[in-house]
Design a protein around this ligand. Structure first.
Ligand SMILES: [Zn+2]
Length: 572
């Protein structure tokens, strides 16, 4: 391909052309007077690039970084049309890459009734009534994450509480643990649930003294309602994603890895991409149960463009610690007969193995949720079988969460080059009560960030949003302090597992980029990479780590385009 240089670039050039330019000797570039579109100067830059960890200024041409260095060095890229931003000494980092989100659920939750912090049954009911009035006809009031233990008095809610406020709208609001939800009478009617409806296997219809349903449905009984709830409309999905994109931009999250999206989510991403409105980069990993779909198309891992990729599959080995379903070698300390549960997909384990083999043969990437030590161990066994069957290759196996490790497994985790895709916020949340459930010894290998690094395992950080907040500052705070949310471990819960700020930032940027095969394009402020950057209110390397959670985002750039500006002066 022949590259023609124009005096001043006024419109985007291809990444390929840009790569060619890097190889041009300096005088030629000077002659052609190629100039940057954007220069950020007077910044306190932590590049996450080990060859040049710090810098003052960065120049961007089209969507890529072209120069990083001192103010003077980068000034040579200044042309008549270059936009110059003075960062006033604030800290500039590569944009955060959240390696594990449920982006549409998160976007939906942003607009749903917030019930979690209600302090009484009356407040709970009032918020549901208010949301019902604002909900368009035909849509349901859902979500909520209510927690009656925070009410005084702490009473289980029933439909009588909300019926008078919601005469027309179907309501089905979930308890925060996802194991129970409350329906109003409209919803019970739609689902056909009456006093005569039997409890399904694995579920309970909560009833009053007369045997009438109270509206509270547990576990499998919730399926009666889910069966009749309308699927998200295209418009609802689109609005949820737009809200999620704006939220991500405001938090400096420039890339997300969307675990178990529906295909309709991917369709909306591509629609927004076409409209130029996708402002967060997305790698989508649909469920492994649909492995045949991606195999049939013939795409391989990380297939797509800088804004949207597919080619990964998300599987489930087990459940969660909180619900007692994470699968352990030994029983829970507080439940001597319970070791947890393998997921449906693991019954039998050979079913999961067949799917993994098929996926790997097709060149797809495997991301498997595994939380209990035995759940993790079985997935490592399966990954070993995959390598045995198909030979060594750069396949970047992932274990999502990797929460509770058996001591014997760290070494082979490293040997198999498995990426530990972890969410540090869960550590300071679960850390409040994990030890009473699994005991001191197992807890010492829980969210074992340091032990993983010591074994040479790569970390990729994220949040699991909307299970936890999307804000990366909370993740950095959690990884560096391990101070549990209840304030009981100010010096850290298993403090020997704390990370330094630099290590935590790397896991949240370059580590996550590596986990999606994008470390050559993202994850550090390096010439040639995509210009995804975040300017912070404070220098997180020099403040007390306990204050990191209060740090805010001043501005966010994705591909050199400002997508968030806290001052409101520019941006979208
Ligand atoms: Zn998740």
């Amino acid at each position: 391909m022949k590259i023609t240089l124009r005096p001043i670039q006024t419109h985007p050039i291809s990444a390929f052309a840009l790569c060619m330019l890097f190889t041009l000797p300096w005088p030629l570039r000077a002659q052609s007077r190629l100039a940057a579109d954007l220069i950020i100067r007077n910044a306190n830059i932590w590049t996450v690039d080990k060859s040049h960890p710090t810098a003052e200024a960065v120049a961007v041409l089209a969507d890529r970084i072209v120069a990083v260095g001192s103010n003077d060095a980068v000034e040579t890229w200044h042309g008549p049309h270059t936009r110059v931003i003075d960062a006033s000494g604030k800290m500039l980092l590569p944009g955060f890459n959240d390696a594990h989100v449920h982006f549409v659920d998160g976007g939906l939750a942003l607009d749903r009734a917030q019930l979690n912090d209600a302090t009484s049954a009356a407040e709970f009911a009032r918020r549901i009534g208010e949301r019902a009035r604002k909900t368009p006809k035909g849509e349901w009031v859902m979500g909520g994450d209510w927690d009656e233990t925070k009410w005084s008095p702490a009473v289980m809610p029933s439909k009588e509480l909300i019926d008078p406020l919601t005469p027309d709208a179907p309501v089905f609001v979930s308890r925060y643990d996802g194991h129970m939800a409350l329906a109003n009478s409209v919803t019970l009617r739609l689902a056909g649930i009456t006093s005569k409806t039997p409890d399904p296997p694995g579920g309970v219809i909560v009833r009053d003294a007369q045997g009438n349903p109270t509206g509270a449905l547990k576990d499998a009984a919730m399926d009666y309602v889910y069966k009749v709830a309308p699927p998200l409309s295209h418009d609802e999905r689109l609005r949820a994603i737009q809200r999620a994109l704006a939220h991500a931009a405001s938090l400096g999250v420039t890339s997300v890895q969307h675990m178990n999206p529906e295909y309709a989510d991917i369709a909306v991403y591509s629609e927004l991409l076409e409209r130029g409105e996708l402002t967060t980069r997305v790698y989508a990993a649909p469920l492994i149960t649909g492995v045949d779909d991606q195999v049939k198309i013939g795409i391989r891992h990380a297939f797509g463009g800088p804004f949207l990729r597919i080619g990964a599959l998300k599987g489930y080995a087990d459940g969660s610690l909180g619900s007692g379903t994470a699968y352990f070698l030994e029983p829970f300390n507080n439940q001597p007969n319970n070791r947890g549960l393998l997921s449906d997909e693991m019954h039998p384990v050979s079913l999961m193995q067949d799917r993994m083999m098929k996926a790997d043969a097709a060149g797809l990437q495997l991301c498997t949720h595994a939380i209990g030590d035995q759940g993790i161990s079985i997935i490592l066994d399966l990954y070993t079988e995959v390598v045995k069957a198909h030979g060594e290759r750069d396949r970047r196996f992932r274990i999502e969460h990797a929460q509770h490790m058996a001591a014997k497994d760290f070494e082979r985790f490293a040997r198999l080059h498995v990426i530990a895709s972890m969410q540090p916020y869960h550590a300071i949340d679960d850390g409040r009560w994990a030890e009473e459930r699994i005991g001191h010894d197992r807890a010492s290998r829980t969210y074992a960030f340091r032990t993983f690094l010591d074994h040479g395992v790569r970390l990729a950080f994220g949040t699991d949003w909307n299970v936890a907040p999307l804000n990366p500052m909370l993740g950095l705070y959690a990884a560096t302090t391990r101070a549990t949310l209840d304030g009981k471990n100010p010096n850290g819960w298993f403090p020997e597992q704390k990370l330094t700020v630099a290590e935590a930032v790397e896991a949240y940027t370059l580590g996550s980029a590596y986990a999606e095969f994008q470390e050559n394009d993202k994850g550090s402020i390096t010439p040639g990479k995509l210009a995804d950057m975040v300017l912070l209110s404070d220098d997180i390397f020099h403040i007390d780590p306990a204050k990191i959670r209060d740090v805010s985002v001043v501005a966010t750039w994705v591909g050199g385009k400002m997508v968030w500006d806290a001052s409101g002066k520019s941006g979208h």
